[in-house]
Write a protein that binds this ligand. Structure first.
Ligand SMILES: Cc1ncc(C[n+]2csc(CCOP(=O)(O)OP(=O)(O)O)c2C)c(N)n1
Ligand SMILES: [Mg+2]
Length: 305
């Protein structure tokens, strides 16, 4: 059994309890992200936090997968093209049962299966090694084409960053996918309007978003893709977008998901410098409280004596 709905099903036809379950999973992903990066004293925060709701929807409702059989040939493929957000993917996979949640504490350690960027040679369940921005979508495009050539009812999903969309290779793949009419390819752009730095200018903290409003929609449309916009932090809207994406019309599909970088942690939201940064102890405590998991009070400060 896949445990998820799969193509052809309605992802959004769920009751309030299922939405609450998925929202709780997204919260747990964020908690595990912050804990693991704090423990590793390294890694990315803003990108995994903006992607958490979509990762929850994918791994717990949309993708047709078998965590206990990670190489199942008929599984849907998922490629995290914005590979620097690996800890978000690992958290989703651990919660879904690919490996123990405790293993997240090894994130970014030298001999861990959970490297700073996804390494498919180490961790079963990863469909692609990524980290060099721009490359993942080409691999996913090949997977979608391969599924068609072998007659498999398989879809390939790929998540990109909006800054990543500046990479030329993204548009080579976009061109080819439309040329081949790959409607079993679904790209998700985590449109958080920030990247690592940006350009000097008038944006938040003197930084300019990667794309002007509407620019991404226009570009993907011009490349022959079917474009669906969604609120990347509204679980119902995310599922609605995946439903629309499932109705193939001969074109590849891109979901432009409007998100907030650093979502869920008050002092990280919309601040580019939390792309990757080490938390101070008081910041870690605030982050955990923001995410609904306040740390126990230290001894002598209202906590145990
Ligand atoms: C080819 C390449 N160039 C530069 C980097 C370094 N880098 C890692 S993340 C990042 C910013 C990515 O921004 P975006 O795609 O918007 O991701 P998000 O906001 O979701 O974190 C950069 C420049 C890289 N990993 N690969
Ligand atoms: Mg971004």
């Amino acid at each position: 059994m896949s445990g998820t709905a799969g193509a052809g099903s309605s992802f959004a036809a769920v009751d309030a309890a299922e939405i609450a379950r998925l929202e709780e999973i997204a919260r747990r992903i964020r908690v595990e992200v912050v804990k693991a990066v704090n423990h590793a004293k390294g890694g990315h925060l803003g990108g995994p936090l903006s992607a958490a709701d979509m990762l929850a929807a994918l791994y717990f409702r949309v993708l047709r997968i078998r965590p206990d059989e990670p190489r199942w040939p008929d599984r849907d493929r998922f490629v995290l093209s914005k590979g620097h957000s690996s800890i978000g993917l690992y958290a989703a996979m651990a919660l879904r049962g690919y490996f123990p949640v405790e293993e997240l504490a090894t994130f970014d350690a030298a001999h861990s299966r959970l490297q700073g960027h996804p390494d498919m040679t180490r961790l079963p369940g990863l469909d692609m090694s990524t980290g060099s921005l721009g490359m993942g979508i080409s691999a996913a495009m090949g997977m979608a084409l391969g599924a068609r050539l072998t007659g498999r009812d398989v879809r390939a999903f790929v998540m990109l960053g909006d800054g990543e969309c500046q990479e030329g290779e993204v548009w080579e793949a976009a061109f080819a996918a439309a040329r081949y009419g790959l409607d079993n390819l679904v790209a998700i752009v985590d449109h958080n309007k920030l990247q690592q730095f940006g350009w000097r200018g008038d944006g938040p903290d003197g930084r300019v978003p990667p794309e002007a409003p509407g620019e991404l929609v226009a570009k993907w449309t011009a490349f022959g893709w079917r474009v669906i916009e969604a609120d990347g932090h509204d679980m119902r809207d995310i599922l609605r977008a995946f439903d629309e994406a499932a109705a193939g019309d001969g074109r590849p599909v891109v979901i432009i998901a409007h998100t907030v970088k650093g979502k869920g942690v008050s002092f990280m939201e919309n601040r580019y410098y939390w792309h990757t940064r080490i938390l101070q102890p008081d910041e870690f405590a605030t982050a955990m409280a923001d995410l609904g998991e306040p740390l126990p009070l230290p001894a002598g400060k209202g906590g145990p004596r």
